[in-house]
Write a protein that binds this ligand. Sequence first.
Ligand code: FE
Length: 224
Amino acid sequence: MTESVIGASSPGAAARLPRRPLVRVRDPEAAELWGPVFGDQDVDALDADLTRQCPGQPHGECITVTGRVTDQHGMPVRRQLVEIWQANASGRYAHQADRGPGPLDPHFAGVGRCLTDDQGQYRFTTIKPGAYPWRTDFNAWRPAHIHFSLFGTAFTQRAVTQMYFPGDPLLAHDPFFQAVTDARARARLVATYDHELSMPGRTLAYRWDIVLDGPAATRRETNA
Ligand code: FE
């Protein structure tokens, strides 16, 4: 009834009306449950140690990367799925789309995930990624970085960003990093070396906190 009224009064509106019969959805909320749902039983502790996912030890400098995920008031975001992906020590991704010059490491996949704990803390053991050439410009290189994804509670809340390492001379030349025009927001993308957290004879540690909202929110790629 409603469609026929609109169509009769406006030819333009009629052209945009569906031409096929409507499909009646029995339970609209059920669709929410069809998406991926990650529980803590799905995430194994080994998922957070990228140096132990393959039979042998990967090449490169073993590091710990840890920090808190909070809201703008410092309140922890608990049981948040944090995913990372990164290049190996030679700056090469274990992905068929990466045709870079660095060698692949058969013992490093470069993908990890974990859930934040009650304090909103995440923690990964991994290899410090290498810089890699970026062929959009002459002699362009991407500084060492780790890609982060925070899943939220639905696809629409997913936050994707990148963590950088302190003291990297390539930061001054990186178009992604420099695209963040606010200096303080840029600084918040750079991790801090934490000597207390470094494990003797095993890893050097970097701390990087992620703030999901507010004026000091960690810059996401979509609004970088
Ligand atoms: Fe990258």
